[in-house]
Design a protein around this ligand. Structure first.
Ligand code: NDP
Length: 300
């Protein structure tokens, strides 16, 4: 293996440390405690795990954490009423509605109901538009985490060729906007892209956000490229015993690590950065709401 490993777990801990320092300063100097409200509808086990983890880490950095766990059959009107209450609650600076929502609820309407200033997921159409036009916005947490890892490893990204594989609203598109904002030459690839191997081969930076286990092989990668693997895929692992599974990314780690200059592992790469950026966004939202200087190095 020649690639250096971009340790997202360690870097996320550093980010959380910076958040905690800033939170302590806000409390001491301004009597302010940033607050994050997470809304969970239904009992999806994976969502429950994420929400518990978010609550624990929010409290650890000294912020107020509120979880609203609603029944799976909660009506659209009741959910919107809760969001309205949270929008008006001065102790809450960030609101996150855990997705996916049960099928009877309209995700677009729910996200649009969140005050854009409290939209710490960065999914509100206002924040999407602000990011696309290069203005101050709330930036979606996963792409923000990828950008922080890239800047930390590469320094200035200006002029580099970047290929983002995947064009979802939550990862691919905002990732491409952020790389463009840092003056990369950006290509967005997707399921209809012709000759993906050739497109990827010219990239100094590859961000894979596809949702297909180990799809990107080492022989697509330009030697020395920096590879960010967003994918989280659970696959069977018979070598660990009957019925066992393991997590892999969208990149074939073994072959890509032999060619790339640097690579994020799965797990322990982008995943921990996502929650760290959620906390960073909540502190940023609190500072903006109170007309205070934003923490340095925690925003795009
Ligand atoms: P989506 O399913 O919303 O988007 C996947 C994208 O990949 C689509 O744009 C699709 O193209 C493209 N795609 C699918 N197949 C191919 C192919 N064969 N060749 C090229 N492109 C392809 O996924 P998300 O963006 O939500 O998530 C992507 C991955 O990232 C998943 O594994 C997810 O679990 C993970 N993830 C990880 C997070 C973290 O914190 N680490 C957070 C969020 C997601 P098209 O548009 O043409 O269909």
């Amino acid at each position: 293996m020649s690639a250096s490993i971009l340790d997202g777990k360690a870097f996320a801990a550093t980010i959380r440390g910076k958040v905690a320092t800033h939170v302590a300063g806000l409390k001491a100097d301004h009597g302010l405690t940033p607050g994050l409200a997470v809304v969970l509808v239904g009992e999806d086990p994976a969502s429950q795990v994420y929400v518990r983890s978010k609550g624990k880490l929010t409290t650890e950095v000294g912020m107020k954490s509120v979880t609203h766990a609603l029944q799976a059959d909660t009506s659209q009107a009741d959910l919107l009423a809760l969001i309205d209450d949270l929008n008006g609650d001065e102790t809450i600076h960030g609101i996150l509605v855990q997705l996916p929502l049960p099928a009877h609820l309209n995700e677009d309407l729910v996200i649009t109901a969140i005050d854009p200033a409290k939209d710490v997921d960065g999914f509100h159409i206002s924040n999407v538009g602000l990011l696309a036009t290069g203005q101050k916005s709330m930036v979606p947490c996963t792409p923000l985490g990828c950008l922080m890892l890239l800047r930390d490893h590469l320094g200035a990204l200006s002029g580099l060729d970047a290929v983002v594989i995947g064009r979802s609203n939550i990862v691919g598109k905002p990732m491409a906007q952020l790389l463009l904002g840092d003056s990369c030459t950006v290509t967005i690839a997707h399921s209809r892209t012709r000759d993906l191997a050739q497109v990827v081969a010219r990239a100094d930076i590859v961000v894979a956000a596809v949702g297909r286990p180990e799809m990107v092989p080492g022989d697509w990668i330009k030697p020395g490229a920096t590879v960010i693997d967003v994918g989280i895929n659970r696959i069977d692992a018979p070598e660990k015993g009957t019925g066992k599974t393991r997590l892999v990314g969208d990149v074939d780690f073994a072959s890509v690590a032999g060619v790339a200059g640097a690579i994020t592992p799965v797990p322990g790469g982008v995943g921990p950065m996502t929650i760290a950026c959620l906390l960073a966004n909540t502190v940023t939202a609190c500072c903006r709401a109170n007309g205070l200087a934003e923490p340095k190095g925690l925003t795009a």
